[in-house]
Design a protein around this ligand. Structure first.
Ligand SMILES: [Zn+2]
Ligand SMILES: [Zn+2]
Length: 182
């Protein structure tokens, strides 16, 4: 079960390879990254945001048309929202094997602070691994340092480690074994 990462043109250039490798190591799954072949539907001009649910629809349709069985993660620079949230770091739809992560709120500049590439990479890796974790069957976790903890703020995200707690790790290992059977 390889992970396919589509790196959108608006996502931070030059970070796709280190981010892909770190996600792959964290989840212990093979991963590939390429430019985003999707047409980015769902942009709402009045909000200057993209509807994450519409994006997930697009990924699902693309996967069906191209007969792609891999889990697909789109990393975009567009700010995203959904019906239930005015802004989001990411969203996953396990039934479609599709997830999206937005880097829009991961840069220090967004909060009026000095930019730091390490912060940007760290947040993108943690949020991406979190959403792909959902695709692999993981739910939210109460342990604040665990990747599967639900981050409501940037502080929550920064508090997390690049680490799955033992409970989540067990579920992840089982999911990997199940996936390798098919
Ligand atoms: Zn989540
Ligand atoms: Zn956990």
């Amino acid at each position: 079960m390889d992970l396919l990462i589509f790196w959108d043109s608006g996502a931070p250039a030059g970070l796709e390879l280190p981010v892909m490798r770190m996600i792959s190591v964290l989840l212990d799954v093979p991963a590939r990254v390429c430019g985003n072949p999707l047409i980015m539907n769902g942009y709402v001009g009045s909000r200057r945001q993209t509807d994450a649910s519409v994006l997930l629809d697009s990924i699902g349709v693309f996967k069906q048309r191209q007969d792609i069985r891999n889990h697909v993660l789109v990393v975009t620079g567009n700010d995203i929202f959904s019906a239930g949230a005015t802004s989001l770091f990411g969203l996953a739809r396990p039934s479609a094997g599709a997830a999206v992560v937005s880097t829009a709120r991961f840069s220090n500049e967004f909060y009026g602070k000095d930019g730091n590439e390490e912060d940007l990479i760290d947040r993108t890796v943690k949020e991406s691994a979190h959403e792909v974790g959902h695709l692999l069957g993981l739910d939210h976790c109460m342990t604040p340092e665990c990747i599967m903890h639900n981050p409501l703020t940037l502080d929550d995200l920064d508090r997390k480690k690049r680490w799955f707690c033992p409970v989540c790790k067990n579920i992840l290992d089982s999911a990997r074994i199940m996936n390798s059977l098919f």
